[in-house]
Design a protein around this ligand. Structure first.
Ligand SMILES: [Zn+2]
Ligand SMILES: [Zn+2]
Length: 158
């Protein structure tokens, strides 16, 4: 946790160093780049370890505040994207394009919807291409749901 806090502090300081004339858009873009650089520097193992620490803290109801919840969901999303290796976990095709940071564009889906009590945890998230993401929400085909559920379970063993 202290690591995340000190990283956040570093981003904040970087942002404070900008001249006043700079547009918010540029500052935000730089902020995203810094964040991306930070995530790139984490190994998958490191990422998983962080999640376990954050999760156990939440379970013990320690330090539960918005910052903790936000950090955890960011790590979970990053985990889902990272384990997918740029490949949609439903249709097995490469991401249709790369985002402005050069990362494969995939969306993170919660298999059991958060709105229906699903949890924000690594066994409940999966990276999908935009088409498959629409398809799963629109049709909810049992076979598809089973495939991504199995995938999410096996991602836990990585
Ligand atoms: Zn797909
Ligand atoms: Zn979704």
């Amino acid at each position: 946790m202290w690591q995340i806090k000190s990283d956040q502090q570093a981003w904040r300081e970087d942002i404070n160093h900008y001249e006043y004339g700079k547009f918010f858009h540029d500052i935000y873009k730089d902020y995203c780049n810094l964040k991306l650089k930070y995530f790139d520097s984490l190994s998958l193992k490191h990422l998983t370890e962080k999640l376990i620490i954050l999760e156990s803290k939440e379970n013990r109801k320690l330090n539960v505040n918005q910052t903790t919840a936000y950090s955890r969901s960011v790590y979970i999303r990053e985990f889902a994207r990272r384990v997918s290796n740029g490949v949609c976990q439903l249709c097995d095709m490469d991401a249709p394009f790369h985002d402005t940071h050069g990362q494969p564009f995939l969306e993170v889906h919660h298999i059991h919807y958060l709105s229906k009590g699903g949890s924000d945890s690594i066994d409940n998230v999966i990276a999908l291409c935009p088409n498959c993401h629409r398809k799963i929400h629109h049709l909810e085909i049992e076979e598809d749901v089973k495939k991504i559920s199995d995938r999410a379970m096996s991602n836990m063993n990585i």
